[in-house]
Design a protein around this ligand. Sequence first.
Ligand SMILES: [Zn+2]
Length: 260
Amino acid sequence: MDKYNQTSLQLFGNSSFDDLLSTKGIRKLSIRLNPRMMKSWNVKISNLTGSRILNVPAFMEKAPDEIKKALIEWALLPLCKFGKKKKKIQPLRSRLENIIHQYISSQLFVTQKTSTINPQSLQFKTKGNRYDLTKVFNKINSQYFENTIKAIVRWGSYASTTSYQTTKTDNNGSKFHLITIAGVYNHPDVPGFAIEAVMYHEMLHIKIPPYKKNGRNVIHGPEYKMAERKFQFYNEWHQWEKLYLFNLAKQMRSKHKRKF
Ligand SMILES: [Zn+2]
């Protein structure tokens, strides 16, 4: 899927949260590192003083500055649950959340495996309920990329809605690409063009990697977008995602609950 996915970014600098808060002169925010938090974060606001507490997973203290700054900016966004103002802030909020989510996913992977990875050891089960990711990958690779894309593919967590691609380093120091396809695409009702489209989208990120422009990471730049439209069912996929993706994920989650 779009918005969230990501290649590994070149990120530098590692100041502590407190450093960043004090350089920016931010007094009304404090950060709590929570070792039990894994994928989520939240902000609590005191009704009385208006000061805010940002609760984040403990490993965030090691995050690059760019990620910490995104968290701080997120925690300071005005609170508006409804209406025009909310709509206005929403794009910025989503952009920040994407940055944070991407970092968290990359870290969860790193902490589960070791920091250096042998690609051969990543024997993911790619066969899903309806599609085998390896087969989808090979098909798209020959159809659109002349078999030039090299990557390891895997399913994302159950009912997840985020697909992404990251670059990992193996234990010989060479880099390889890892594509994670959102778990929701493992629902048996997912049509062939949709799984192929999301695979194409992620593979295209390998062919057209993100770059920096004016200090910003351009992930879906003009050349990317143009190439993306070459996928035969581009419009159908977008339409399908809009109509079905979140409903399918919801369905999967409720089934899951009933089972356990
Ligand atoms: Zn993308």
